[in-house]
Design a protein around this ligand. Structure first.
Ligand code: CA
Length: 366
């Protein structure tokens, strides 16, 4: 017991000495000098160098964090070309090899199924509804709970806005038209498509155009006009379907918690504020680029046919979605908690969207 008390006394002494040095300065190290310490952080992103919009987001974040901290934060961004592992971001930040990451939460569902829910869910919330859920509906707390298990924190990293359902070679008039349809559609939406009889196919980004052109695949989804234009899919497929599977795709910033906790409180705030502000910039940039690029696509290819799946197809997809969500909820209590939180928030938020934005847009349509 005496030894334990001695040990506690020593620990208390060390902690108070550290606290003294960190927070109040000491005679030989004035507080002002402490405040000027430069913290260098390394960020790994999933995207290749100079990838538009997503890559602009990390550059905006760096610029904001460095200027708001008056140079006390220094951020180095490594793109995929440098670290060579687009889907290694989770492990990089978890292990501390990188302090920060920029990627998409749903890429990590094989590592932890509960990371799936924080990007965008089929038939789920739009960007504005989901942002409200993150900030005021308990979304951030649930995300904290999931990532704390891995020694990380996740902050919103920018929305693409509503993603298009994708480019199709043939029109989809009934669920029969989806039978055996070879489509590049990754993630949970791909599982739903498989459930109703389609054949989700994984094709590397660089080979998608040729695969669609040559009929190796019948359809694909990518993002929306903001990033689809440069891929050229509109030159090889006539039907552009409206979205259902990623209604508000939010990227994510990842922070190594140990590193985060070692930073002074003001720099922690600056870091998260810079993340949220660059996420906002990405959302408005996505909206801007989509509007601009859609206008170009329509002008250059006036025969693009914009279509929406018929109700019977949506009904079948929704049944498959509910079935798969129920399976996830039954397997994992935290999955169940997140699915229920999203479902109840969506119900409330959508009732408001229906009489606000939706009613307004409907009243203005010709
Ligand atoms: Ca997509």
């Amino acid at each position: 017991m005496n030894k334990l008390m001695q040990l506690l006394a020593v620990i208390t002494l060390i902690i108070s000495a550290n606290a003294n040095a960190s927070w109040f300065g000491s005679d030989d190290k004035p507080a002002a000098k402490q405040d000027n310490k430069v913290y260098s952080l390394k960020l790994a992103e999933t995207w290749p160098s100079n990838f538009p919009i997503f890559g602009d987001t990390t550059k905006n974040f760096k610029q904001l964090a460095e200027s708001m901290s008056n140079g006390r934060l220094k951020i180095r961004i490594d793109s995929k070309n440098k670290h060579k592992s687009a889907l290694g971001i989770f492990d990089f930040v978890k292990s501390g090899q990188y302090d920060l990451g920029h990627s998409g939460s749903y890429y990590w569902k094989g590592k932890d199924i509960n990371t799936l829910f924080f990007t965008s869910m089929p038939f789920g919330m739009t960007t504005s509804e989901q942002h409200a859920w993150f900030e005021y509906g308990g979304g951030q707390q649930l995300m904290d709970k999931v990532y704390a298990k891995h020694g990380m924190k996740s902050i919103i990293g920018g929305s693409t806005g509503n993603q298009m359902g994708g480019w199709f070679q043939k029109e989809i008039n009934s669920i029969e038209d989806l039978q055996g349809l070879k489509m590049r559609i990754p993630g949970f939406a791909g599982e739903i498509m498989a459930e109703v009889g389609a054949k989700p196919t994984n094709v590397p980004a660089g080979e998608l155009y040729t695969a669609l052109d040559r009929g190796t695949i019948d359809a694909l989804e990518w993002v929306g006009p903001s990033l689809d234009l440069r891929m050229g899919f509109h030159k090889v497929a006539p039907y552009y379907y409206t979205g259902w599977h990623e209604p508000g795709t939010e990227l994510q910033f990842l922070i190594n918690l140990k590193k985060y906790n070692s930073l002074p409180a003001d720099l922690q705030s600056i870091l998260t504020a810079a993340m949220k502000l660059s996420a906002y910039q990405m959302y408005v940039q996505s909206e801007h680029e989509s509007a601009k690029n859609w206008s170009t696509m329509k002008k250059d290819f006036p025969n693009i046919k914009v279509k929406t799946f018929p109700k019977s197809v949506f009904d079948a997809l929704k049944i498959a979605n509910e079935k798969l969500l129920a399976e996830l909820a039954a397997k994992n209590p935290l999955s169940k908690e997140i699915i229920q939180s999203q479902a109840s928030y969506l119900k409330k938020a959508r009732a408001w969207s229906a009489i606000s934005d939706q009613a307004y847009l409907n009243s203005q349509s010709k």
